[in-house]
Structures are given as C-alpha cells and as structure tokens.
Ligand binder design. Sequence first.
Ligand SMILES: NC(=O)c1ccc[n+]([C@@H]2O[C@H](COP(=O)([O-])OP(=O)(O)OC[C@H]3O[C@@H](n4cnc5c(N)ncnc54)[C@H](O)[C@@H]3O)[C@@H](O)[C@H]2O)c1
Length: 240
Amino acid sequence: MKYLGLEGKVVLVTGGNRGIGAAIVSLLEELGTQVAYTYRNDPNIESGALAIPADVTDSAAMAAVAETVEEKLGPIYGVVANAGITRDNFFPKITIDDWDAVIETNLKGIYNTLIPIIPKMYERREGSVVCVSSISGERGNIGQTNYAASKAGAIGLTKSLALEGARYGVRANAVAPGFIETDMTRAIPDKVKEKIVAEIPFRRFGKPEEVAWAVVFLLSPVASSYVTGTVLQVNGAHNT
Ligand SMILES: NC(=O)c1ccc[n+]([C@@H]2O[C@H](COP(=O)([O-])OP(=O)(O)OC[C@H]3O[C@@H](n4cnc5c(N)ncnc54)[C@H](O)[C@@H]3O)[C@@H](O)[C@H]2O)c1
C-alpha cells in the first residue's frame, strides 16, 4: 500500500470553515493529517480539526495562529493559503476600500500567514506551501481588476518563494481554480453563470473537492516531491 506521506503531518489551512478550504480540511483529515484551520465567523462544527478564529489581514493574529498550532499539534509541515474575498466591479467603480480589502486579504494575507512559519520550515529543512490563486490571476477577468491583481500577485509570490526555498527543501506551489461551486460563485447571477458554463469545455463548474485533491497532491512529500514553483490549473480546460 502506498501513502501520500501526509499522515501525522501538521497542516494549516486559512479560511478552512467553508467552501474550498473546508473541502481541503476534510480531505486532509481523511488522509490522517493533523489539521488546523483559521476562520473568520463560523467554525465548521462538523470538522474535528483545530479551529482558530483569526483574520488573515491581522499580522499579530496570524503570528499567534502559528504559535498556537505548533504548541498544540507540533511543527507545521504544510500551509494552504486559501482565505480570499472578491469585491467585483468595473474598474472605474472600484473604490479604494474595495481595492485595499481585496489586496489586503488575498495578497498581504498570504504574507501574514507565511512570515511566522517559513523561517521555521527553513530551519527544519522541510515544508510545502500551497497558495490558492485563480484563473482570474492567470488571464484576467471582467469586473475583477482588484481580485485578478491579487491572484496574479499570489503566483509571483509563490514562484519567488519556490526559488528561495529550494535550497532549504521547502516547496511552494499554487493552484488556479476555475469557477468552483461555493458561496463565492453562488452570488453570480444565473444568466452570467450560463454564459460562463458555455465557455468551459467541461460544461460545468468545479467542485471544492476537485480543488482539494490538487492541493493535497502539491502538499504531499511523496506525490509531488520534485514539483515546486508551479501553478496547477483546476478548471475543466477553461484556460486552455
Ligand atoms: N469559488 C471559486 O470559483 C474560486 C475560483 C478561484 C479561486 N478561488 C479562491 O479559493 C479560495 C476559497 O474561496 P471559496 O470559493 O471557498 O470562497 P468562500 O467565500 O466560500 O470562502 C472563503 C474563505 O476565506 C475566508 N476569509 C475571507 N476573508 C478572510 C480574512 N480576512 N481572514 C480570514 N479568513 C478569511 C472566509 O472566512 C472563508 O472561509 C479563495 O482564495 C478564492 O479566491 C475560488
């Protein structure tokens, strides 16, 4: 029997209470990983993982998260920077608050999440980081200048981290989901959804579990030991 090598390892997932984050937490739990996740409002009561309330825009709170996880579960092996928001609008209508909220959460939130953990990974000479980017960060999207900028930024951060981390045995990769069925996309009006689905060769939105498997692959020290600096698309050929 082969294993993914995540059994007993400690993995932190931001925004793990719902949507894609919750699917990642649940799959990791099934694989025997020791999982901790952050949430903003409602913890997922169905999950047995360590739930920590914390806002990724708060650097002190995120430093405390890293400390709590290591104290309660042990050295952090993997981090999934998943927390994210949208504040969609056409560019002329994007307020400075909408701009800042998206960049602060989706991009600076990754910095706040990783900065207390990466130096420890370098010392331990192992670790795997997965940033949740987006198809919008790869090819842009109407109404999402702020979001696309943050998600393209996440890719640049990931690739640079992969280059820096290589000498320490620390890998960094991104996933770029297409349109996935979560609260985030539930807000899209039906008519717009129909148009999007018509553009997707798979003719459907993806499911959170389908992104979770890609994340687990990238976390695994067995399945992806030589994979770093990549962006794994999970989009039903939407960007092909
Ligand atoms: N749903 C999609 O179609 C899609 C496509 C591509 C990328 N993504 C990305 O996947 C990730 C998960 O999105 P989702 O679709 O599950 O959306 P979601 O809205 O269901 O979940 C987002 C999660 O992020 C958390 N979060 C938001 N702001 C936070 C903050 N400041 N501090 C801490 N947590 C915060 C929320 O509490 C929630 O747990 C996001 O980064 C999103 O941009 C989603």
